[in-house]
Design a binder for this molecule. Structure first.
Ligand code: NAD
Length: 255
């Protein structure tokens, strides 16, 4: 018996990086997964579906912009109409914006809030509305180490990820007695396009606080999400789990 046999859910931002690795991991554990990502990532999303199907799993791609309420509602409806149930939601889609606080452009601030904060809230809202009426479920939100500590040159991102931690804590308490278990993850620097596409100097800054002198892998993050989503984590509610190789556990650099 696998951890998610018979279960179904969705993963946002599943065309790439952490989302893809986690969608594949859910499917490996028996889950049927809707791959939710923007239309512009169609080719990569279809690749995620193909990886899952090649391993004998079930998945489909639904173009979804998490910042749009109608599309998120459609996402929940699609999971339920296709697979008959919604057991888990991994609200993971996000973007990064850099810039010192006074240099951030207003449109960049608004965009990051729309995707990284409102997007997570909308996915929680529509997943919770369904789960409340159908016996519960599990939600994991992707925050970041930037949701726990300040990070120079990333004020808008830091604000957005702190908001994800706050939304997680609050909703976790509100819905725990309705059998909806809600937690967040706080990855450190993980080897995905979000980090690997940064200039080398920016990658060096991210590497600086790493005691292990390496970036994490999307698969290492996926393992933690699978655990938090499973019944093994039944008493973990409202937590933000650091998956950062120790980067935020000490104020001192290791390099
Ligand atoms: P990534 O860029 O590889 O993947 C992000 C995915 O989100 C992409 O497929 C992108 O198309 C999708 N996306 C962007 N806007 C969207 C929208 N409006 N609607 C739906 N999908 C959208 O990055 P990743 O590193 O895998 O990031 C996944 C999550 O992990 C993000 O929330 C990110 O902030 C967070 N995170 C990443 C790191 C890291 O070091 N990589 C660290 C901490 C947190």
């Amino acid at each position: 018996m696998r951890l998610f046999d018979g279960k179904a859910g969705f993963v946002t931002g599943a065309a790439s990086g952490i989302g893809r690795a986690t969608a594949v991991a859910y499917a490996r554990e028996g889950a049927r997964v809707v791959i939710a990502d923007i239309e512009a990532s169609r080719a990569n999303s279809e690749e995620t579906v193909a990886i899952i199907k090649a391993a004998g799993g079930e998945a489909l791609f639904l173009p979804t912009d998490v910042s749009k309420a109608d599309q998120v509602k459609q996402l929940v409806d699609t999971v339920v109409s296709t697979y008959g149930r919604l057991d888990f939601a991994f609200n993971n889609a996000g973007i990064l914006a850099t810039g010192f606080t006074a240099d951030i452009e207003e449109r960049d601030f608004d965009r990051i809030m729309a995707i990284d904060v409102k997007g997570v809230w909308l996915c929680m809202k529509y997943a919770i509305l369904h789960m409340k009426a159908h016996g519960g479920g599990v939600i994991v939100n992707t925050a970041s180490e930037a949701g726990l500590v300040g990070t120079p040159n990333a004020g808008a991102y830091v604000a957005a990820k702190h908001a994800v931690v706050g939304l997680t804590k609050t909703a976790a308490g509100e819905y725990a007695n309705m059998k909806i278990r809600i937690n967040a993850i706080a990855p450190g620097a993980i080897a995905t396009p979000m980090v690997l596409d940064l200039p080398k100097e920016a990658q060096d800054v991210l590497m600086d606080p790493q005691p292990l002198h390496r970036f994490g892998t999307p698969e290492e993050v996926a393992e933690a999400v699978i655990f938090l989503s499973s019944d093994k984590a039944a008493f973990i509610i409202g937590a933000t789990l650091s998956i950062d190789g120790g980067a935020t556990s000490n104020a001192q650099s290791y390099n």
